[in-house]
Design a protein around this ligand. Structure first.
Ligand code: PEP
Ligand code: MG
Length: 820
C-alpha cells in the first residue's frame, strides 16, 4: 500500500522519505534488492541497506516496535554484510508483535530522497520474489556521475558563514551554480545535495566551520568548481560575523516558562515595544485541493503559470520592502524567488503530476514534504526557514486554486494572534490597524521577527498555544519588552498603559529635541556620550542624534563581506571620510581589527579551535599576522590629520602585548613621519582590569568592553542561547573590575570610557557614572535618551549608588537600586 496510508504521520507525511508499506502475511523480512547493510537498529526492528547506486533504503517492521527492545525479532545480518535480493534480513514473531505494538505494517522507505527523481509503487497483493513493489528513477546527475566518471572534485572548503548555509547563502550559491550546464553537488560527510536547489542545500544542514566539497560533471565542470569554491570561501555574500541581536531580544530568548498567572501569556521577544489593542485571530482558510486530474500537460502548464505569477508578486513585495526596510530585509524575498525556481521542488511536483495528480495537489505535497523535512533539522535557523517555504508554497497554491491573495484588513488597534505568520504576511500587513502581533511559532531570529523589528511593530513569537483560544475583540496589553500578552486587564489598567505609552512617546520626542545639547549632570559634571559605529552611515546617524563623537569604531566591519582585506589606501579613505563627517569637535576611537571568536574572516584562515573565544582573537591575530595590523596602523596614521583620531587595541590581556604594539606603531609613525596619536586599550579581559595600574602607565585611556569582560569574568559564552541572559554586566563582580580599572587609571591621570552594551542600559548609567566613567559609548538610537537621563542625575547621588552597588551580591540586587 501507499506510504501515505500508514497510520503514523511520520511515515505517512514522508518525513522519513518516500516508499511503500507492506502488510505482511509471513514472518520474514527479505532484502528487496542487492546492497550493503549500513545500519541495524539496536532494537532489531529496523535495518538500512545501501544499494550500489547509493540509495539508502530503510526497512522498518511495525509501528512503535522500538519499544519492544528487540523482543520478537531475530536478525540474520550485521552491519557491513553484502546481501542479495531475497536474502533473509530479520525474522519476526508476528503474533507477539501484533499484540504488543500498534501495527505490523512494514515500511520500505528511501531516506536519501534527494537522489530520487520519481517513484512508482504497486498496490494490492504481491508475492515475494515475483512482484516489483517499487520502481525508482534516479536523478539524472546521479546517473551521469556513475556513468561518465568524469567527476571534478574541489578541495575541502570550510564554510565561513556563522550560521551555516541557511536560506540566503544557499540561494546565492544556487544562483551562482545555475548558469553552469554541469551537474553540481555539494557534499558534507556522506550526504550531498544538488547545488542548484535551495531546499536540498538547506536540508544538508551545513553548519559554520563544516568542511564541504563540491563535485561537478559536465562541459564546464572545472570552471564551476573554481568559481563556486571561491564563492563559498567568500561567505556567499554574507557578513562573516554573528548577527548581533538587540540586547532586549537576546535577553528574552529563553523558552517561555510555564504560566504562573492565567492572565499572562508568555512568549519570546521578537520586537520590543508596548501596545494596547483588541485581539484578532488569523484563521487559516483551508484550500480545496482536488487530488486527481485528467491531463498532466494542462496541469503542468497551470503550475508553471501560477509559479510565474507568484514570482511577479514576490518581486513586487521585494521592491516595497527594500524601499521601506532596506536591502537586507528585502533579501528574505529574494530567497523566496529562488525557491520558486527550485529544481528539487519542481521535480517532486512534476513527478506527481506525471502520475496523474492535479497541479495543486502535486505542488502542495511537494512543498509540504520539503518544509516538514526542514522543520525537523536540529539547526533552528534552518528549521525556521520551513516557514518561508510554506509561505511561498501557499502563495502558489492559492493562485492554483483561485483563492484571493489580497492583503487582509483588520479592525483598528488590532493585536494579531496567529499560529504562525509568514514574511509575506508581514510585507502585506495592514500597518494602519495592526499595532502588534503574537504568534505561537517562530523564534527571535526568524524572518518574521527581523521584519517586525525593522518595521517597529511590537511582537512576540513562540508564545503559549493559549493565544489561539482567545476570542476576537478582547482588550489586551502586548508587552514586547517583556514578551507577554496580558489578559483581563481592567479598563483602569489599560488607561494606565495608554498613558505610559503616550508618556514614552512624548519623552522620546523631547529627548530628541535636546539631543544636540551636552549631557551635564545637575551638579555640573559633563559626561561624553559618544557612539559605537561600524561604518560611515552609522557616523552620519550618530551625529544627527546628538552623538559627541565615536567611542568605538568596530573596524572589523570594514574588513567583512569581501574576499580580501581592504588596501592601505582604501582604509585610509574610509577612516578619513568618517572623520570628515564627525568634524573637528568630535573625536573618534578606532579599534583595530577584532576578529576571531564569533567573528571569522574568510581570508584570514584560523585554526580550528575547541574554544575560539579563548583562542586566536583580537590583537592575538594582529600580532601573529603583523602585515594585517601594520597596514591598518599605517592607514590610521595617514588619516589622523582629518580629525581627532585615537587608536585602541582589542583583547589585551598581557603587558607584553601593548608594549609590542606600541613599538610597531612607533616604527610606522617614524617611517611615515607622522606625530603621535592617543593610544588606548579595550579592558575586556579580567587580567587587564586587575592590572589597570600597570597598563595605565603604557596608554592614554581605557575603554571597558563589558560584553567580553562579563563573558570572561562569569565564564558564560556571550552568544550562548541559554546562558547568555545570565551574563549581566551589572553583576557586582564586573562592577568591581570596573572600579579597579578606574582606580588604576586615575592614579596616572588617564580617563576611562565604557563601550560595552551596559553603557546603553539606563539602569547601569548612574552606577557607571558613580564609578568614575567619563565617556559612555552607546548604541546609536539610545544617544538622546542616555543624554537626557544624565541631565536628571547628580554625580554625588551616582557615587553613593555606586558604593552601594559594589557591596551587593547579585546583578538582580544591583538592578533594584535603579528601578526604571
Ligand atoms: C565589548 O566586548 O564589550 C565590546 C564593546 O566589543 P565587542 O562587542 O565588539 O566584542
Ligand atoms: Mg569585545
Amino acid at each position: 500500500m501507499s506510504i501515505g496510508q500508514v497510520p503514523d504521520p511520520v511515515f505517512a507525511q514522508k518525513m522519513v522519505g518516500d516508499g511503500i508499506a507492506i502488510d505482511p502475511t509471513d514472518q520474514i523480512l527479505t532484502a528487496p534488492c542487492d546492497g550493503e547493510i549500513i545500519l541495524l537498529h539496536a532494537a532489531h526492528h529496523a535495518v538500512t541497506l545501501k544499494t550500489p547506486q547509493g540509495l539508502e533504503i530503510l526497512m522498518h517492521i511495525g509501528l512503535d516496535t522500538v519499544e519492544l527492545r528487540g523482543k520478537g525479532f531475530t536478525v540474520h545480518v550485521k552491519v557491513g554484510d553484502r546481501v542479495k535480493t531475497g536474502d533473509r534480513l530479520i525474522e519476526f514473531d508476528a503474533d507477539y508483535i501484533a499484540l504488543q505494538a500498534t501495527s505490523l505494517l512494514t515500511m520500505i522507505v528511501i531516506i536519501n530522497a534527494d537522489r530520487v527523481a520519481n517513484t512508482a509503487y504497486r498496490s494490492g497483493p504481491v508475492v515475494v520474489g515475483q512482484d516489483i513493489i517499487l520502481e525508482v528513477t534516479l536523478k539524472a546527475d546521479v546517473a551521469t556521475v556513475v556513468e561518465s566518471g568524469k567527476l571534478i572534485t574541489s578541495e575541502p572548503i570550510v564554510v565561513p558563514n556563522p550560521i551555516g548555509l541557511h536560506a540566503r547563502p544557499a540561494a546565492v550559491l544556487v544562483n551562482l551554480a545555475k548558469p553552469y550546464q554541469s551537474v553540481i553537488r555539494l557534499h558534507r560527510g556522506d550526504n550531498s545535495a544538488n547545488a542548484k536547489s535551495v531546499v536540498a542545500l538547506m536540508n544538508l544542514d551545513v553548519k559554520h566551520n563544516d568542511r564541504v566539497t563540491l563535485t561537478a560533471v559536465g562541459e564546464d565542470a572545472k570552471a564551476a568548481i573554481v568559481a563556486l569554491t571561491q564563492a563559498i570561501v567568500d561567505g556567499l555574500g554574507e557578513a562573516r560575523s554573528m548577527p548581533v541581536a538587540p540586547a532586549t531580544v537576546t535577553a528574552q530568548t529563553l523558552p517561555p516558562q510555564p504560566p504562573s498567572d492565567p492572565d499572562r501569556i508568555l512568549g519570546v521577544v521578537a520586537s520590543p515595544g508596548l501596545v494596547v489593542g483588541q485581539t484578532y485571530r488569523v484563521r487559516e482558510s483551508a484550500l480545496n485541493v482536488i487530488e486527481l486530474a485528467q491531463n498532466p500537460e494542462t496541469e503542468k502548464q497551470a503550475l508553471d503559470r501560477a509559479i510565474a505569477q507568484a514570482l511577479v508578486d514576490v518581486t513586487a513585495i521585494r521592491g516595497r520592502v527594500k524601499s521601506r526596510s532596506g536591502a537586507s530585509k528585502a533579501d528574505i524575498f529574494a530567497a523566496h524567488e529562488a525557491l520558486l525556481d527550485d529544481p528539487e521542488l519542481l521535480d517532486l511536483a512534476h513527478g506527481a503530476i506525471a502520475q496523474g495528480k492535479s497541479a495543486a495537489y502535486a505542488w502542495q505535497q511537494a512543498f509540504t514534504a520539503q518544509a516538514d523535512q526542514l522543520a525537523r533539522l536540529p539547526n533552528p535557523t534552518l528549521a525556521q526557514r520551513a516557514t518561508d517555504l510554506r509561505d511561498i508554497g501557499q502563495r502558489v497554491l492559492r493562485l492554483l486554486v483561485g483563492v484571493d491573495t489580497e492583503a487582509a484588513t483588520y479592525p483598528p488597534n488590532t493585536i494579531l494572534l496567529a499560529a504562525n505568520l509568514t514574511p509575506s504576511d508581514m510585507a502585506n500587513l495592514d500597518r494602519a490597524h495592526v499595532k502588534g502581533f503574537c504568534t505561537m511559532a517562530g523564534g527571535a531570529t526568524s524572518h518574521v521577527a527581523i521584519l517586525a523589528r525593522s518595521m517597529g511593530i511590537p511582537a512576540i513569537v513562540g508564545a503559549e498555544s493559549r493565544i489561539l483560544e482567545l476570542a476576537d475583540g478582547i482588550p489586551v496589553v502586548l508587552d514586547g519588552n517583556l514578551g507577554e500578552v496580558r489578559l483581563n486587564v481592567s479598563p483602569a489598567a489599560i488607561e494606565l498603559v495608554q498613558t505610559q505609552i503616550a508618556q514614552q512617546q512624548a519623552k522620546q520626542a523631547n529627548d530628541l529635541q535636546s539631543a544636540s545639547q551636552p549631557a551635564i549632570t545637575l551638579d555640573q559634571h559633563r559626561i561624553q556620550v559618544v557612539a559605537n559605529i561600524s561604518n560611515l552611515q552609522d557616523a552620519e546617524k550618530s551625529v544627527a542624534l546628538g552623538g559627541e563623537g565615536v567611542g568605538l569604531l568596530r573596524s572589523e566591519f570594514i574588513f567583512m563581506d569581501r574576499s580580501a582585506a581592504p588596501s592601505e589606501d582604501e582604509q585610509t579613505e574610509i577612516y578619513r571620510s568618517i572623520l570628515v563627517v564627525l568634524g573637528n569637535d568630535r573625536p573618534m576611537v578606532i579599534r583595530t581589527l577584532d576578529v576571531g571568536g564569533d567573528k571569522p574572516l574568510a581570508y584570514v584562515s584560523l585554526p580550528h579551535e575547541a574554544n575560539p573565544f579563548l583562542g586566536e582573537r583580537g590583537i592575538r591575530i594582529g600580532l601573529d599576522r603583523p602585515d594585517l595590523l601594520r597596514t591598518q596602523l599605517r592607514a590610521i596614521l595617514r588619516s589622523a590629520s582629518a580629525g581627532q583620531l585615537r587608536v585602541m587595541f582589542p583583547m589585551i590581556g598581557r603587558l607584553e602585548e601593548i608594549r609590542q604594539i606600541k613599538a610597531m606603531l612607533a616604527e610606522e609613525r617614524q617611517q611615515l613621519g607622522i606625530g603621535p596619536i592617543e593610544i588606548g586599550i579595550m579592558v575586556e579581559i579580567p587580567a587587564a582590569a586587575v592590572l589597570a595600574e600597570q597598563f595605565a602607565q603604557e596608554v592614554d585611556f581605557f575603554s571597558i568592553g563589558t560584553n567580553d569582560l562579563t563573558q570572561y569574568t562569569l565564564a558564560i559564552d556571550r552568544g550562548h542561547p541559554k546562558l547568555a541572559p545570565l551574563a549581566d554586566g551589572l553583576n557586582p563582580a564586573v562592577l568591581r573590575l570596573i572600579a579597579q580599572t578606574v582606580k588604576g587609571a586615575t592614579q596616572y591621570g588617564k580617563w576611562v570610557g565604557i563601550c560595552g552594551g551596559i553603557a546603553s542600559d539606563p539602569q547601569a548609567v548612574p552606577i557607571l557614572i558613580g564609578l568614575g566613567i567619563r565617556e559612555l559609548s552607546v548604541s546609536i538610537p539610545t544617544i538622546p535618551t542616555i543624554k537626557a537621563q544624565i541631565r536628571t542625575l547628580t554625580l554625588s547621588d551616582c557615587q553613593t549608588l555606586a558604593v552601594k552597588a559594589l557591596t551587593m551580591a547579585t546583578a538582580a540586587e544591583v538592578r533594584t537600586l535603579c528601578p526604571i
